[in-house]
Design a protein around this ligand. Structure first.
Ligand code: F0G
Length: 480
């Protein structure tokens, strides 16, 4: 008996974690030399968006539209119905949205910001205020474009990358209630809850907080809209971190989450794992009818709204796959794998790790750089020079200028985002990224200055901004 026990202990090895898919098609990527990268980034005005993708080895600019579709999604595309009106693909998508998310009304749009444009055209007027948990930049852009104001009510813990809190995307109910008390109901057309909260580091919102926000909003008669780009990753965190959900399926958790929303906007390019697409889903018929008019003007007829039939089919399939636990576990564990490596190397990152990305705390990485020199952007340039890894600044550049004073807005967090595309890279790629960032970290004191703006657009400037090293000495950095 004893010998058998020992024997069985010896032979039983816990199986390591592995991906929940195998690879059917590959796309070659190429390395470059440091000399080439110095030239290319200079030509790009030190703006990651201006780089050609062929000049990038590992592309972590975004997890948006960069995922790999499954064989089933590609198969669904072949069944696309390209009829202008009443396509079966539209009804397929509508049925899926109803089944998974519970909304009666759905309008397709070509991507997330298009959903914002259409819905906000129907909802938001000049002078309105829209509270939320750190609105995403396009969301804020669409609010400010309408001369309305986005008010950030995220919990304070989100703004300290060293604080451990399982739901850093949560809304502070006191902050929210003070908005509801300060402004007349007629000027608060909605609260927008972003799940997961991208700008705070891909941080989730708990089910408890979603419920409390909904109940408080109903008390004041305010509509709750979810910015749902990463709703499935949010559900994964509820399942793995919040008491009472461990035995629920992701689909059950998702269904419950959306009972606390009156409507949603969706960038399908994230958790629905398609390269392009979006939609609006609503419960209220009157709001749907109003939004439908704007959809026709801006996007297309209500049964396609900027999407082809095949894309709506792939999206419906992607929504189903994206809400499966095995897929989400593979995805989120890969992000955590990178986070853990960076942590081991001493690189300061937002913790707990986010769902779609690792966020490096640039102020803690380069504490000696002045805030006006775009610290996270400086780090992005260094990481690109080091290994051809493209990341993105979530900091002062992205925060834009105050629409009234035109002064730079300095956000509480200055972050470098390493966004991981879905089902695209392997953990070997994660190792390369971590090693590259470690090398930059080890030589951080040699990075003596950052960048200054040469040219910028009045809104959403980070996409097209042109930068130059802020001091002549910076050019030395680009030397051998
Ligand atoms: N909401 C959130 C939370 C987002 O992260 C994005 C896009 C949008 C709305 C807009 O959707 O791109 O389809 O128009 N985020 C991308 C990113 C661009 O890189 O995080 P879109």
């Amino acid at each position: 008996m004893y010998r058998y026990y020992v024997k069985s202990q010896k032979i039983t090895m816990e199986l390591p974690f592995s991906e929940s898919y195998k690879i059917k098609m590959v796309e070659p990527i190429r390395k470059s030399t440091k000399e080439e990268r110095r030239r290319w980034i200079k030509e790009a005005g030190y703006n990651m968006f201006n780089l050609k993708s062929e000049h990038v080895f590992i592309d972590l600019l975004t997890d948006s539209g960069t995922g790999a579709m499954s064989d089933r999604q590609w198969a669904a595309m072949m069944m696309g119905d390209e009829s202008y009106a009443g396509a079966t693909s539209f009804y397929n998508l509508k049925r899926t949205v109803k089944k998974l998310l519970g909304f009666e009304y759905m309008l397709p749009t070509h991507q997330g910001r298009a959903a914002e444009n259409v819905l906000f055209s129907a909802l938001i007027s000049e002078g309105d205020v829209i509270p939320g948990n750190t609105h995403f930049d396009t969301t804020k852009g669409h609010i400010e474009f309408r001369k309305a104001t986005a008010i950030d009510c995220t919990i304070d813990e989100a703004f300290d990358t060293t604080v451990q809190h399982p739901f850093k995307g949560n809304i502070d109910l006191n902050k929210l209630e003070s908005v509801y008390l300060k402004y007349p109901k007629a000027h608060i057309p909605a609260i927008i809850v972003t799940v997961t909260c991208n700008s705070a580091g891909g941080q989730p919102v708990s089910m408890e907080n979603l419920r409390e926000v909904y109940e408080l909003s109903k008390k004041y008669g305010i509509r709750v809209i979810f910015d749902s780009a990463r709703f499935a990753e949010n559900a994964y965190f509820i399942k793995t971190r919040e008491e009472g959900y461990a035995h629920k399926s992701i689909k059950e958790i998702v269904a419950k989450m959306f009972t606390y929303a009156d409507g949603m906007t969706m960038s399908s390019k994230k958790d629905a794992i398609v390269n392009m697409g979006g939609f609006i889903a609503l419960r209220e018929e009157a709001l749907y009818k109003k939004a439908a008019q704007f959809n026709i003007i801006f996007e297309g007829y209500i049964t396609y709204g900027g999407m082809s039939g095949r894309d709506m089919n792939a999206l419906a399939q992607g929504l189903d796959e994206g809400t499966e636990f095995d897929y989400l576990e593979t995805r989120i564990k890969q992000v955590a794998y990178l986070g853990q490596k960076l942590k081991e190397y001493g690189v300061p990152v937002q913790e707990p790790f986010g769902g779609h990305a690792i966020f490096v705390d640039a102020k803690r990485f380069l504490p000696h750089l002045p805030e006006g020199q775009f610290v996270a952007q400086t780090l992005a340039v260094e990481l690109y020079l080091e290994a051809g890894v493209r990341s993105v600044e979530i900091g002062t550049l992205l925060a834009d200028r105050d629409p009234i004073t035109r002064e730079n807005r300095y956000p509480k967090l200055e972050l470098l985002r390493l966004a991981i595309p879905r089902r695209v890279y392997t953990n070997n790629h994660m190792d390369v990224i971590a090693a590259a960032l470690k090398n930059v970290y080890d030589r951080r004191e040699e990075i003596k200055s950052g960048y200054k703006i040469i040219d910028e657009a009045p809104i959403l400037r980070h996409f097209t901004v042109q930068l130059a090293p802020s001091h002549e000495e910076t050019i030395g950095l680009l030397g051998p």
